[in-house]
Design a protein around this ligand. Sequence first.
Ligand code: ZN
Length: 198
Amino acid sequence: MYGDGTMINQVCLEFQVLKKILSSHNRVQPIRVFDWNNWVPKKVAIVAWRAEMERLPTKCALSNRNINVQNRFCSLCGDFDETSEHLLVACHFAQVIWKNIAYWCKIPLIIAFDIKDLLVLHGFSPGSRKRKKTLYAIILVAIWSIWKMRNEVTFGQAIPNTTKVLDEVKSMAFLWVKNRSKEVTLSWENWSRFSIFS
Ligand SMILES: [Zn+2]
């Protein structure tokens, strides 16, 4: 079983408060160049690339462009404004995904305040260059998969399902990393335990 979704609103509120405190310190953010990863298809990385620039067609983004949307509430939790940052970072749905990915990939709990934090964390994780690149690929696939689930809920009446996203992240990232890295010896068994490229 994957993690539960309790204390949902509490977590989201704490996130907002923490974010406010941090931004009040006026951190200067240098312009970041997006780091592409050729172990995942371009269409996958493009979602993260657009998300970081807040250029995904979320309800808030559409509404801000005067496009008529029924409401601005997040498609996955229904409680907060739907921005890229909310959907992929603060939303309890995303937090369950990140918590389980951290557990699977044997890294500390992922504490992200914005999308950039998700996109750089592989650089601080231990292990070889290939292991970092794999972790980055997994993060990109997870962002793509959460956005895909959001679209299925918004346009196809699907019910938000963290297990489905986690299964998809694990299986699709395995297929792409194995084929694109040309690591023919990479087995599903080792992948499932994240015993790779140590
Ligand atoms: Zn949400």
